[in-house]
Design a protein around this ligand. Structure first.
Ligand code: BES
Ligand code: ZN
Length: 633
């Protein structure tokens, strides 16, 4: 713990103990209180909270899910740590209807919801006086940006509605009134009621069997006894079943897809073991996953003890399980050691992408790991070619106001940085360093400045070596430093030769050879094809390689992108069906963008499809596609 943080948390803990509020906390007084950072680079511009004055340390939710009115509501009881002179606490909120706030004894407290700032929500300021436990009675808006209420038609079973949340980055304030900032860690517990026969899962440990309330509803209880960043509180409810993988791993999914989901993630228990062997104990108890309906806006979300997954990673051959390795790796990078501010999200995503590749290497071998690393590296090169190697948005640390160059930087350049360090100092030294980073900062927030200092102190052996590693340049400068470790060119030797042959003489790989390639190789081939192709050439490729019919969504996506960019009419119905079913922003946004780039041919198609599919997308996906198609409500 750094001295400032330690001193502050001590000070706050002492003052909390001397308050006059008699109400006991909801579970136990002996909860872990995580430190906060107070340096300027750790100040989160995306929160209204003033954690140095008063902060939330524990959240106890008592909520009912209303699938008739798409509403969640009830109470949130917050434990507060505050300076003795603090008279107010400021929370984040977005569209919450707050009916009443009381202290622990039921005395009414004044509160005020300030002006809403687009994308950030509104401050909820509560006059606390001496109260250190407050109870907020509220309901969330049916349009709450974190939540998606699915009609039965959007599920595999088609019979029951479904609900899921997506908190990252700053959406949880739309259904939970708390301080929604990654540097303000909170323990939490919840009691949630839902109509039978729906099951509820959360990113906390389920307590016992659900309680039958006798009114057609059941109550589920969850506890997260480790302090987590509030974006990691998550819920899903639907007609779902569970199947175990190993002693501490398992998967939830709708009954109709549970078999396929379970087969696809069968390596998960082994992944947890390998991850532990690499970087230390898995500290969260269980590692379960839920495979959601295809409307889920991300590939995956690392909600503690309950990773959320898109079903689009199910390819029938475990070729896309890098996703599982990735979300699992976040149990260290992200959930254990957490970016204090979103400007440093490379600390979550870049470190995780590196760790993901190490898990893949252990489980599936060096070749697959090397190929996936090469795909990741190609994404950096593409982005740098597009935005320029001196674009500020290509630095890992992305201070507020920088126009980020996107995931190729925080994910792929972040991973390339750690890979470079591994190559420079050797695996043994590198692994020991990364493990101590996780151990020494477990359950704490972190910044770029902190990891930079830590690398200088604990990774480099001398000032001269620190210089040679180009640490500052990697973190704070755009482009790629000269010491970058490039992927092995042999990783894709066969495929790159095949793509070059196609570019020259339009020779298409034999169908049998194509099927034997790894998914990474097929993706590489599709990415290396000439950008401009005629309808006849596309038809031939599809006929020979079965592209439109593939069950691998990463490959299907690349095919659709290529086809639409060439105004290939026969691909439109398939694209339309895909966009009607899948809400994963990584697929949906680029497909609409490609159509929009195709002028008078593509624009009307994009607008026609989007008018139909928009209501089926999560707010995250709608937000990103609205900009692309120029959508006006
Ligand atoms: N934490 C992210 C998802 C996320 C990022 C949500 C930023 C909101 C804001 C998750 O771990 C992730 O990276 N998902 C990727 C997985 C891929 C890199 C394997 C995805 O969804 O595609
Ligand atoms: Zn991630």
């Amino acid at each position: 713990m750094r001295p400032i943080a330690a001193a502050l948390s001590l000070l706050l803990a002492t003052t909390a103990c001397t308050t006059m509020d008699a109400q006991p906390p909801a579970v136990s007084a002996e909860r872990l209180v995580a430190p906060i950072l107070t340096t300027p680079d750790a100040v989160d511009s995306s929160t209204f909270a003033q954690p140095q004055v008063a902060r939330v340390t524990h959240v106890a939710l008592d909520l009912a899910l209303d699938f008739e009115r798409d509403r969640v509501g009830g109470t949130a009881t917050l434990d507060i740590l505050a300076r003795p002179d603090a008279s107010q606490i400021v929370l984040d909120s977005d569209g919450l209807q707050v009916s009443r706030v009381t202290d622990g004894r039921g005395n009414e407290l004044d509160f005020d919801i300030g002006e809403r700032v687009e994308g950030k929500g509104a401050p909820l300021t509560i006059t606390i006086g001496n109260a250190r436990h407050i109870v907020i009675a509220y309901t969330a808006n049916p349009q709450a940006s974190a939540l998606q209420w699915l009609d039965p038609e959007q599920t595999a079973g088609g019979e029951y509605p479904f609900l899921f949340s997506q908190g990252q980055a700053i959406l949880n304030r739309s259904w939970i009134p708390t301080q929604d900032s990654p540097g303000i860690r909170q323990t939490w517990e919840a009691r949630v009621t839902a109509p039978k026969p729906l099951d509820v899962v959360m990113s906390g440990i389920l307590q016992g069997e659900p309680e039958d309330l006798g009114n057609g509803r059941r109550a589920f209880r969850f506890v997260m006894d480790k302090p987590v960043a509030p974006y990691l509180i998550a819920i899903a409810a639907g007609d779902i079943d569970f199947r175990a993988i190993g002693p501490r791993t398992g998967v939830w999914a709708e009954p109709a897809i549970l078999d396929r989901a379970h087969w696809e993630v069968a390596d998960t228990e082994d992944m947890v073991k390998e991850a532990e062997a690499l970087y230390g104990p898995y500290r969260w108890g269980r590692y379960d996953m839920i495979v959601l309906p295809p409307a889920f806006p991300f590939g995956g979300m690392e909600n503690p003890v309950m990773t959320f997954l898109t079903p689009t990673f199910i390819a029938g051959d475990r070729s896309l399980t890098g996703l599982v390795a990735h979300e699992l790796a976040h149990s260290w990078s992200g959930n254990l050691v957490t970016n204090a501010v979103w400007a440093d999200s490379w600390l979550n995503e870049g470190v995780t992408s590196y760790f993901e590749n190490r898990i893949i290497e252990e489980i599936y071998g060096e070749k697959r790991a090397e190929q996936e690393a090469a795909l990741s590296f190609a994404a950096i090169e593409d982005t740098l070619a597009e935005v320029g190697t001196d674009a500020p948005g290509t630095a890992l640390h992305q201070p507020d106001g920088t126009d980020s160059a996107g995931s190729a930087i925080v994910y792929d350049k972040g991973a390339a940085f750690l890979r470079t360090l591994e190559h420079e100092v050797g695996r043994e030294r590198f692994d020991a360093w990364l493990r101590q980073w996780f151990d020494n900062h477990a359950f704490e927030p972190a910044t770029s400045a902190m990891i930079y200092e830590d690398m200088r102190k604990n990774l480099a052996r001398s000032e001269a070596e620190a210089e040679r590693l180009r640490l500052r340049e990697w973190i704070y400068e755009p482009g790629l430093p000269a010491n970058v470790a490039r992927p092995d060119p042999a990783a894709f030797a066969t495929v790159d030769a095949a793509a070059a042959a196609y570019g020259g003489s339009r020779a298409i790989p034999a169908a049998a050879a194509w099927r034997k390639w790894s998914s990474a190789e097929r993706q590489r081939f599709l990415q290396k094809l000439p950008q401009e192709l005629s309808a006849e050439e596309l038809a031939q490729l599809d006929r020979q390689l079965g592209l439109a019919a593939t069950g691998n969504n990463e490959e299907l996506f690349l095919w659709l992108e290529l086809a639409l960019a060439n105004r290939y009419e026969p691909a439109v119905p398939k694209a339309e069906a895909f966009l009607a079913e899948v809400g994963r922003a990584k697929f949906v946004r680029p497909l609409f963008a490609t159509l929009m780039e195709e002028g008078e041919w593509g624009r009307p198609i994009a607008q026609r499809i989007y008018a139909k599919t928009r209501p089926s997308y999560h707010a995250v996906t709608r937000g990103s596609v609205d900009k692309v198609v120029g959508w006006k409500e």
